[in-house]
Ligand binder design. Sequence first.
Ligand code: KE4
Length: 425
Amino acid sequence: MTISNDLFERAQRLIPGGVNSPVRAFRSVGGAPFFVKSARGATLTTADDQELIDFVCTWGPAIHGHNHPVIKAAIAAALENGTSFGTPNPYEVEMAELIVQFFPSIQKVRMCNSGTEATMSAIRLARGFTRRDKIIKFAGCYHGHSDSLLIKAGSGALTHGSPDSAGVPASFAQETVVLPYNDRAALVEAFATYPEQISCVIIEPYCGNVGFIMPDAGYLSYLREITARHGTLLIFDEVMTGFRLARGGVQELESIVPDLTTLGKIIGGGLPVGAFGGRADIMDYLAPLGPVYQAGTLSGNPLAMAAGIAALKLLTELNPYAKLDALGRQMQDAVMEAAQAKGLPVQMPQRGAMFSIFFNASPVRDYTTALQSDAKLFARFFHACLDRGVYLAPSAYEAGFLSTAHAGAAIDRACEIFDQVIREL
Ligand code: KE4
């Protein structure tokens, strides 16, 4: 019995599924999850002292690698002054000033404690500001687990959504329209079907929760144009892509100005933080100024702010984006060369420090084509890599993440292992 197995047995007695977030349970790849006792740089150390090269990076936050000394020191310094005040504190002001520097579309910002809180609050704000109830989201995009967003496409292309989880009332699902990603005609039809009823469109501008999928050329600018034309707010959910693909996220890469942006992950430097922001005229609808209520006991927590400020300042100092993209391309070359040699159909979309490996003969451009990938083969690939010391996201439909700490030995070793594993699949 390994220590991880023993911990998992104990955990399952008291924690549903033995985990505090479902994807960690390895249900889609099989087997039992390992437990981690420490992390540093690109490496996780399991409870059984196995060292793993980590391509999950705690689902995005660890862009500087785990336990970066500068972030650690910032938390330690803040800790000297206490852990939480429940009052405004200087860190919150510095964080807000940094965010608006990184994201010019954000004129005002509100801190919260997770990506879920950020998107849930942004939706409520959009509904309050527009006085409209319906929202549009896209199949395959995940925005956290608030009721209005745990909705899958309805039976008909344009009928209201249906709950994607037990416990979400059908009446809530009625207000969410789920469209195919990358499909302009579906957008036109939705706005024609629900004139002046759509409060907002929320999108992962580059998808990271159905694997990594980038939009067709021009799709995002089309989305910006049609939402503006219909008085519908455009919300870019950059919880995953913000600060990761560029300092200013996808909206910087694509030169799009959304009305609201949601942020998370990197912004907390590994501690629990979310944020949402955008046009001041919209943000001023929030309490205590306006009629849209939103709150949080630990929002703007000094320790989390100190960690996030250190992480964002490091991004400015290092400007690591070209380097991260080179690491991603090095990995893509290794995987695609081995797949070609093996005659294995593999798609590996990659941009900067995000990628996915789909076992699929055709390019993956939306939820439907993603589901045509060979998830069983991915599970075999996942475990073969894990056995050799490389940890990928435990699902065929998640994005992979790189950090600056992967440069050098870690990426070289990982590429050797990807090559070996693919040739032996
Ligand atoms: P959190 O509530 O998990 O902090 O954020 C929700 C969220 C919102 N928006 C986007 C684009 C996200 O990717 C997420 C969360 N991402 C998942 C990764 N697939 C978190 C991992 C998990 O659920 O354990």
